[in-house]
Design a binder for this molecule. Structure first.
Ligand SMILES: [Zn+2]
Length: 255
């Protein structure tokens, strides 16, 4: 009888520990979906342009993203609008890929404006706008509240910090941030894409361009910058750079 009791106690403890561990895990990576998320999403041009079923799909993706990622303010209050804009920045580049998960991202730190702490410089963008962490900051992304909002308020400058940083994460998923997102780009297009990036960077350096000059830094930044352009002003990119446009349609499966 005593033996049975001991076994029951052990089983009970195992169940308790499992539940506890599960709870910790859930609490660690979870951002509640803001109550008025549909209204807040109307601030996002990409979402506004979708039809009813497209919007539903987008909303589900936002919700899914937020269940897996924690958003923490650092000297900044994370408002509902910030949560929604961050999630939108995450969903837009992978919108057609239904089962997409940012497995290399656990937490986003939101700074008010510029940050100049001693971060690993390797992942830093323009020193202030945002970054994808490396080393001790692995699986962490940093965004600044001001730039995050500017990216979505102004739809005519081909710039969006959140999209830029999420594109780096997509690029990083094959192991290297090099401007070639092997995880989503079909193998047969890889050489063509590399060639196109290098030719355009050369042209940008020699003649200048309507593409943000930060993109001429290297192929890694080029891919992030041209993706901002693609998602912010697709019509203009199609007219000004048809070949790049065509490749980005393939990469992001927007065709
Ligand atoms: Zn960058």
């Amino acid at each position: 009888m005593l033996f049975v009791f001991q076994v029951l106690v052990v089983i009970f403890l195992i169940i308790l520990l499992t539940l506890f561990a599960f709870r910790i895990k859930r609490e660690k990576y979870f951002t509640p979906l803001p109550e008025h998320y549909k209204e807040l999403l109307e601030n996002v041009k990409f979402y506004r342009q979708l039809d009813e079923s497209g919007k539903n799909h987008f909303e589900k993706r936002v919700e899914q993203f937020l269940t897996a990622v924690k958003i923490t303010g650092v000297n900044a209050v994370v408002e509902d609008l910030d949560v929604i804009l961050i999630a939108a920045g995450a969903v837009i580049p992978v919108y057609p890929i239904a089962d997409w998960q940012y497995i290399n991202l656990h937490e986003i730190l939101l700074y008010p404006g510029s940050f100049n702490e001693d971060f690993d410089q390797e992942g830093t963008d323009r020193n202030i706008a945002g970054m994808v962490g490396t080393g001790a900051m692995q699986n962490i992304m940093i965004l600044t509240k001001w730039q995050l909002r500017q990216g979505f308020i102004n739809n005519h400058d081909a710039r969006n910090t959140a999209i830029h940083e999420f594109v780096h994460l997509i690029d990083k998923m094959d192991g290297t941030i090099d401007g070639v997102p092997e995880i989503i780009l079909e193998r047969k297009y890889v050489d063509r894409w590399k060639q196109l990036m290098n030719t355009t960077i050369e042209q940008m350096r020699t003649y200048g361009s309507d593409i943000n000059s930060y993109g001429a830094t290297n192929t890694k930044e080029f891919f992030a910058v041209i993706s901002e352009y693609f998602f912010e002003q697709p019509e203009q990119l199609k007219i000004n750079h048809p070949e790049l446009y065509e490749m980005l349609v393939r990469i992001y499966r927007m065709g």
